[in-house]
Ligand binder design. Structure first.
Ligand code: SAM
Length: 542
């Protein structure tokens, strides 16, 4: 079945996407230089930005399946250009033309135009192939005559094989049609010999699948060997699997990986600041025949398993009726518990999912200062606060929080630090993220989190509240950061979050934690700390 693969990043103002470094350029404006793709063996004939060339019949190859050509090109862009896996629909009605522009520019020919079904297939195949990359590559490598052949494979050829493997194994498409179509693509986009190779390897795969004898590793041996096998079977980096096995054991880790590999659920938050109610949203969803459930955690939210594209195409986001926001992010706002009249600073605010929700709760009384170091993302936040009718209470400041807190002697009732993090709680929505994170990143992030935590604490008034949150499930970014902070800042104590979030999401230490496996929402964490009312301490104890 064609599922709803996507990720946060293509929906406006979705909940936290955590960034370690500067955000990557969007693929609408960015294409990796062809020369930067090693041995890509792709044509340089069709230069110019996508869509800039006129359609011509002389470069139209109608017999190549358009969704496979578009998927192969997009996969190349993701792997070699860092483009997100999910930008297909960002240009709305023009996106099919946009995709074909990339195909033409990369492969030197067009195929017939992509229709809606093709576009859904591209989304499914690209998302699935990225997610299952490690598993697919293991199978492809096992079916190559030698490992070197796999290691030296041209990037485009590898993508064509991955697509074929994914279609046969995970989508259960008719195998011989898949073989024929991918052979045609490899022949035309590369050369006849590449088509023969695709033919040979895919046919081997089909016969192994038919006899139920895919060459997959057994989960056996010591922890390291078991982690390696699980990492292939469930397609995750080994370091993540080892870490999760250490924290939660094998069974829970497997459940988590299954969640990460499943089609993501999406949350929609109704925009009460524009006067809409959840009933209004539900009625619109009913009229669009989009299946939905009411959130059991938050009264402004509904949950969708499918139908997100329909919601976008019907203009519900553009009209400002609702925003895409996961309930896990909404629950962080519940931990802050904004009240009319509060002064709040949202320290790492962009693109603003939480700022907007915080602001809507103020009911035009009080203020939210939204700080972020990223100017572009902050601009999005500013525009959204206007379109969401909360600009009367939202002010934005482009600054590094650490410098801002040193320089300004401002104090707020409530301070939210939604810290940059690994994003390990949102892997079901961000298919590519697992491959972009390294264990070393955690170390770097932890240092940044500590520095930002210190800075945020300086903005809390005596007796005020500091909420530290992440969209990570890793204890090193969550509980451990809070414990380290409390050692440096004895003027803060933990206020358990009872009464702010459902009891089911409260840890023994009184923190909020959503577990994707248990709560079926993204993983996230928040600690609510209160500053002593007699506190004058500004600087952390070294
Ligand atoms: C997890 S995201 C925030 C998501 C946001 N709270 C939301 O709900 O949409 C982390 C943000 O921290 C920002 N950031 C990273 N380092 C920063 C710094 N030193 N000062 C201020 N913001 C920073 C990043 O630009 C990024 O937008």
């Amino acid at each position: 079945m064609v599922g709803a693969f996507s990720s946060y990043s293509h929906f406006p103002l979705s909940s936290s996407v955590c960034a370690l470094s500067a955000p990557r350029k969007s693929s609408s404006t960015f294409f990796p230089p062809l020369a930067s793709i090693p041995n890509a063996r792709i044509s340089h004939r069709a230069a110019g930005p996508p869509g800039s060339r006129k359609k011509t019949s002389d470069n139209l190859i109608a017999e190549i399946s358009p969704h496979r050509a578009a998927s192969a090109v997009r996969l190349l862009r993701i792997e070699h250009g860092g483009a997100f896996a999910d930008l297909l629909n960002e240009k709305g009605r023009n996106s099919a033309e946009n995709e074909m522009g990339y195909v033409e520019r990369t492969l030197g020919f067009r195929t017939r135009d992509l229709d809606d079904r093709d576009m859904r297939l591209v989304t499914e195949i690209v998302g699935g192939t990225v997610r299952w990359r490690r598993y697919l590559d293991h199978l492809i490598m096992s079916l190559c005559s030698e490992e070197k052949m796999f290691r030296d494979m041209e990037p485009l050829l590898l993508q064509v094989l991955r697509i074929g493997f994914y279609e046969i194994i995970k989508l259960g498409m008719p195998p011989y049609a898949v073989v024929d179509e991918n052979v045609k693509l490899a022949k035309r986009a590369l050369r006849p010999g590449a088509g023969n190779l695709v033919n040979g390897i895919l046919r081997k795969l089909v016969s192994l699948k038919e006899t139920d004898s895919l060459p997959l590793p057994k989960v056996a041996g010591d922890d390291r060997a078991q982690a390696r096998a699980l990492a292939i079977i469930h397609s995750h980096p080994v370091w993540m699997v080892r870490r999760w096995m250490k924290f939660w054991g094998i069974e829970e880790s497997v459940r988590l990986m299954n969640w990460n590999n499943s089609d993501p659920c999406f949350g929609l938050r109704v925009n009460t600041a524009k006067g809409y109610t959840r009933n209004d949203l539900v009625n619109r969803l009913k009229s669009l025949k989009v299946p939905h459930e009411l959130s059991t955690f938050l009264e402004d939210f509904v949950r969708l398993q499918t139908g997100m594209q329909t919601v976008i195409q019907a203009g519900l986001l553009k009209e400002g009726i609702c925003s895409v926001q996961d309930e896990s992010a909404g629950l962080v706002v519940s931990v802050v518990n904004p009240q009319p009249g509060d002064t709040i600073v949202d320290c790492c605010a962009a693109p603003g999912g939480k700022t907007l929700f915080l602001a809507s709760r103020l009911k035009s009384q009080g203020m939210v200062l939204a700080i972020d170091v990223n100017k572009g993302r902050l601009r999005i936040l500013k525009e959204a606060s206007r379109s969401h009718n909360v600009n009367d209470v939202v002010t934005t400041t482009n600054a590094d929080l650490r410098l801002y807190a040193e320089k300004h002697n401002l104090k707020f009732d409530k301070v939210l630090l939604d810290a940059p993090c690994s994003g390990l709680g949102v892997l079901s929505k961000r298919a590519d993220l697992r491959w972009n994170r390294r264990l070393e990143d955690l170390e770097q992030l932890m240092n940044l989190q500590d520095e930002l935590f210190n800075a945020a604490s300086m903005l809390v008034k005596p007796g005020g509240v500091l909420v530290y949150s992440t969209c990570s499930i890793d204890p090193a970014e969550n509980e451990e950061r809070v414990s380290a902070f409390l050692l440096r800042h004895p003027e803060f104590v933990v206020q358990p979050v009872h009464g702010f979030v459902p009891p089911d999401c409260i840890t023994e230490k009184g923190y909020y934690f959503s577990n994707p496996v248990k709560h079926h929402i993204d993983g996230s964490f928040a600690a609510r700390l209160v500053k002593s009312s007699r506190s004058t301490c500004q600087k952390p104890i070294p």
